[in-house]
Design a binder for this molecule. Structure first.
Ligand code: IVH
Length: 677
C-alpha cells in the first residue's frame, strides 16, 4: 500500500469485516470465525492505527473494539454434568413419561408427585457456594466443562454473593437460568435478535462493566452438588433457597396425575404472554429427590424430568415443490419447499412431510395452501391442507419408489406392528452417495468424532468439491485446495488440522456410535463396546465366519435384541461398508473400552435377572448391577456368574437351565444382602 488514502480505505474495509463478526458473535450468538482469526484481524487493525497518524486521530477502532473477548473464558469442569431435558409435546408424551417413571421405580401406588415449574427461555448457569460464599460461577459450556463467568454473574445484583441463614450446606451448587426482562429487552432490541441472544451475548462480555450495563435477571431452578445434603424434595429445596435470598419462580405447583399436568400446562400457556420473561414450556420434575437419584440419567437427560413444550406456533403458506431427502439410515423423507413464512420469529422455507403414508392420508399436493407449525427446535410440520384453496388441475403426489441414488427403496416389515413400515429406505449403505454424505455429517458431530470446524455445512461444501468422499478422506485432506476456498485462511486451516488430529484418538464406544449403524445409538454402542473391549475384537465382525458367533454372543446382552443384531448383520454383510470402516480404523487410535467401576461388588461378573423384584424394576436392577461393575446378560449361558431370581413370576426354565450349568442362583434377598454389605 503506497499512499495514505489507500491505507485508510483498506483499514475501513477490514473494520467493516470486524464489525460483521462482532454482530455474528454478539447479536446472533453464532460466530463465523475462530477466536484466533478474530484476534488476528483485530491485531492487524490495532497496528495499522498505531502506525498511522490520520487513523489515530479518527479513533475508528476504539469505538467498536473491546467488546469481544480476546480469549475465551477459562474452562472449569462441572462438579456434576449440566444435562439437557427431553421434550414432551402432548398429553400422550406426558402419559408415557409418567408411565416410564412408575415402571422404572416399580411403584405400586397410583400417583407420583411431580413439581411443575415454568421453563425459562434464557441461558443456564451454575453458582457454587463454599461455606455460604459465592466462589464459582460457570456457564453450561458443553455440559461437562463450563466457562468461568463469575465476574459477569456477579454484576447481577439479585444473585447472593454471601448467603445468610441457618444450616447452609458447606458446598451448595445452585443451577439457574439467566434472562433479560421483556421490558428491558425492548430498549436494546435493535442490537439483538431476541431476549435469549441478548442474555447470551451479555453474559459472554469480556469486561464485566459491559455486562453490568444490561439489566440481567435470573431464576434459580435446580440443585447441583450439595454437601451435606439436607433437602428431601424439589419443592422444599426451592422454598429454602428463596428464604436464603435466591430468586425463585412463583409459578410453581405440586402436581398429581396426568389431568393436573394438563390443567397446569393450559393455565401457564394462557398466562405466558403476560409474563415479563419468555417461557417455552413447563418443566415437570419428580418432586422426591431420593426418587430422582434412583431414576438417574440417560446419556443426555435425566429420567426424572421433562420439558412439556407449549403448543407450536402456526402459519399459513404454500407448497412450491416436494423434494426427497435421504437420511443416514437410508430413510427417504419427503420435504415440502414452501414460500418463506415467519413462524415464531424464525423464517421457515422447508416443512417435513414425514413419509409416504402421511402424504396419502392428508392428500398433500404441490401448490397446496397449508397450515404449518413449529414446535421447539424441531423441523416445521404440515398440520393441514386447505383444500378449498386448491387449484382444480392439481394432481395427487406420486411418491418416488427410488432413492436419489437410483436404487430401489424398500419398506421393512415391522415385527411389532405386523405391518409394513411407513418409511421407505435405500439399503445401499455406503454404496449410496446420499447416505454416505449424511453418515459423514453424523461422523463429525459432537457426540461422535467431535471435529471442531468441520460441521454439517463444511461437509456439504467439501463434498460438493470432491474434497471429502468417505470417512477416511477426512484424515487425508488436500489443504492446498482448501486454502484457496473463500472463507479459509492459514489460521482456520491450522485450527481444522489440529481438531482433525485431535479426533484420531477416540474411545471404542464413541467409535462404534460414530459409524452410524442403524439402531446403534450411544447407549447400544456402549453395551457393544463393553462386551467387545477392543478394536481388535470389533474387527472380527468383518469376518463372515467369526461374526456369526460374536453376534450371537451380543444377543445375550441385555438391551441388545434382534433389531440391533439384524442391523449389524446387514451393515457388515455389505463389502463397501466393511472397506470404509477398515479405512477409517487405519486412521484412528481407538482406545480400549474402560469399565467404569471395575472394583465394584459385581466387578467382572456376568449377571442375569428373571422375575420381577418387589421394590425396583428390572431397568433399575440392571443399572445397579452395572454401577457395581457387573455385566448384565439377556440369555443363560455357561459364562453367567449369577442368575438373580425375583419373587414375581420368574421363568422356571431359566432357573432349571442355570441349575444344569451350575450357575449360582441368588434370591432377591441374597442379592440385596450382597449389595448392602
Ligand atoms: S431443570 C438436567 N428447570 O432448560 C436438566 N431447567 O432444556 C435439568 N431451564 O439447561 C433442568 N427453566 O437451562 C430446569 N425450571 C427449570 C428450567 C430449566 C429453564 C433450562 C435449563 C436447562 C434447559 C434444559
Amino acid at each position: 500500500m503506497q499512499n495514505k488514502s489507500e491505507i485508510i480505505n483498506y483499514f475501513k474495509k477490514k473494520l467493516e469485516i470486524l464489525k460483521k463478526h462482532n454482530h455474528y458473535y454478539y447479536n446472533r450468538d453464532n460466530p463465523k470465525i475462530s477466536d484466533r482469526e478474530y484476534d488476528e484481524l483485530k491485531k492487524e487493525l490495532i497496528i495499522l492505527e498505531k502506525n498511522n497518524d490520520v487513523l489515530k486521530k479518527l479513533k475508528l477502532l476504539s469505538n467498536i473494539v473491546g467488546a469481544k473477548p480476546s480469549n475465551r473464558f477459562s474452562k472449569i469442569p462441572h462438579l456434576q454434568p449440566m444435562l439437557s431435558l427431553s421434550n414432551a409435546f402432548d398429553k400422550n408424551d406426558m402419559g408415557d413419561f409418567i408411565k416410564k417413571i412408575k415402571n422404572f421405580l416399580s411403584l405400586k401406588e397410583n400417583k407420583i408427585e411431580l413439581f411443575s415449574e415454568p421453563k425459562i427461555d434464557g441461558i443456564s448457569a451454575t453458582l457454587i457456594y463454599e461455606k455460604g460464599t459465592l466462589c464459582k460461577g460457570l456457564s453450561r459450556g458443553d455440559g461437562i466443562i463450563g466457562e468461568d463467568i463469575l465476574s459477569n454473574l456477579k454484576t447481577i445484583s439479585s444473585i447472593p454473593k454471601f448467603i445468610k441463614g441457618e444450616n447452609i450446606p458447606d458446598l451448595l451448587e445452585i443451577r439457574c437460568e439467566i434472562y433479560i426482562g421483556k421490558d428491558d429487552f425492548f430498549n436494546i432490541k435493535d442490537k439483538f435478535a431476541n431476549p435469549r441472544n441478548a442474555a447470551g451475548g451479555t453474559l459472554r462480555q469480556k469486561y464485566s462493566e459491559e455486562t453490568a450495563k444490561i439489566p440481567l435477571k435470573y431464576f434459580a431452578y435446580g440443585l447441583g452438588v450439595i454437601k451435606p445434603m439436607i433437602f428431601k424434595t424439589q419443592s422444599e429445596f426451592l422454598k429454602k433457597i428463596s428464604e436464603w435470598g435466591f430468586t425463585t419462580n412463583p409459578l410453581v405447583k405440586t402436581i398429581n396425575g396426568l389431568d393436573e399436568v394438563e390443567v397446569q400446562h393450559k393455565k401457564l400457556d394462557k398466562l405466558r404472554s403476560s409474563l415479563n420473561y419468555d417461557i417455552d414450556g413447563i418443566v415437570y420434575k419428580v418432586n422426591n429427590l431420593s426418587l430422582q437419584k434412583r431414576l438417574g440419567n440417560t446419556s443426555n437427560s435425566p429420567r426424572w424430568a421433562i420439558a412439556y413444550k407449549f403448543s407450536a406456533e402456526k402459519a399459513v403458506t404454500k407448497i412450491k415443490k416436494i423434494i426427497i431427502q435421504v437420511g443416514r439410515t437410508g430413510a427417504i423423507t419427503p420435504v415440502a419447499k414452501v414460500e418463506p413464512v415467519t413462524v415464531g420469529g424464525v423464517v421457515v422455507s422447508n416443512a417435513t412431510l414425514h413419509n409416504e403414508d402421511e402424504i396419502k392420508r392428508k392428500d398433500i399436493r404441490i401448490g397446496d395452501t397449508i397450515n404449518i407449525q413449529r414446535a421447539g427446535d424441531v423441523i416445521p410440520q404440515v398440520v393441514s391442507v386447505d383444500k378449498s384453496k386448491r387449484n382444480k388441475n392439481s394432481k395427487k403426489f406420486i411418491f418416488p419408489n427410488k432413492c436419489l441414488c437410483g436404487a430401489q427403496t424398500q419398506k421393512e416389515f415391522s415385527k411389532n406392528t405386523k405391518k409394513l413400515d411407513a418409511v421407505r429406505r435405500c439399503t445401499k449403505g455406503y454404496d449410496c452417495i446420499f447416505i454416505t454424505k449424511e453418515r459423514l455429517k453424523h461422523l463429525v458431530s459432537k457426540e461422535a468424532l467431535n471435529i471442531d470446524g468441520l460441521g454439517k455445512r463444511v461437509i456439504e461444501q467439501f463434498w460438493d468439491l470432491n474434497i471429502i468422499k468417505e470417512p477416511s478422506s477426512i484424515y487425508k485432506l488436500n489443504y492446498n485446495k482448501i486454502k484457496n476456498l473463500e472463507g479459509w485462511g492459514d489460521l482456520s486451516i491450522k485450527n481444522l488440522k489440529d481438531s482433525i488430529d485431535k479426533s484420531r484418538k477416540i474411545n471404542l464406544d464413541k467409535f462404534i456410535f460414530s459409524i452410524g449403524i442403524r439402531h446403534i445409538g450411544q447407549e447400544n454402542a456402549k453395551i457393544i463396546a463393553s462386551f467387545l473391549g477392543s478394536i481388535k475384537k470389533f474387527e472380527e465382525l468383518f469376518n463372515a465366519k467369526k461374526n456369526v458367533k460374536i453376534l450371537n454372543n451380543l444377543l445375550e446382552l441385555d438391551g441388545i435384541g434382534d433389531t440391533q443384531i439384524n442391523s449389524l448383520k446387514t451393515f457388515f454383510s455389505n463389502s463397501t461398508n466393511v472397506k470404509i470402516v477398515k479405512d477409517l480404523i487405519a486412521e484412528l487410535k481407538i482406545d480400549e473400552y474402560k469399565i467404569v467401576k471395575s472394583n465394584g461388588i459385581f466387578s467382572n461378573k456376568k449377571i442375569m435377572f428373571t422375575g420381577g423384584f418387589d421394590n425396583i424394576s428390572r431397568s433399575e436392577a440392571k443399572i445397579i448391577a452395572e454401577n457395581n461393575g457387573g455385566k448384565v446378560l439377556g440369555t443363560i449361558s455357561k459364562k453367567l456368574d449369577y442368575l438373580v431370581v425375583g419373587n414375581s413370576k420368574p421363568t422356571k426354565k431359566k432357573i432349571d437351565q442355570a441349575r444344569d450349568l451350575k450357575i449360582r442362583i441368588l434370591t432377591e434377598k441374597e442379592w440385596n444382602n450382597i449389595l448392602n454389605n
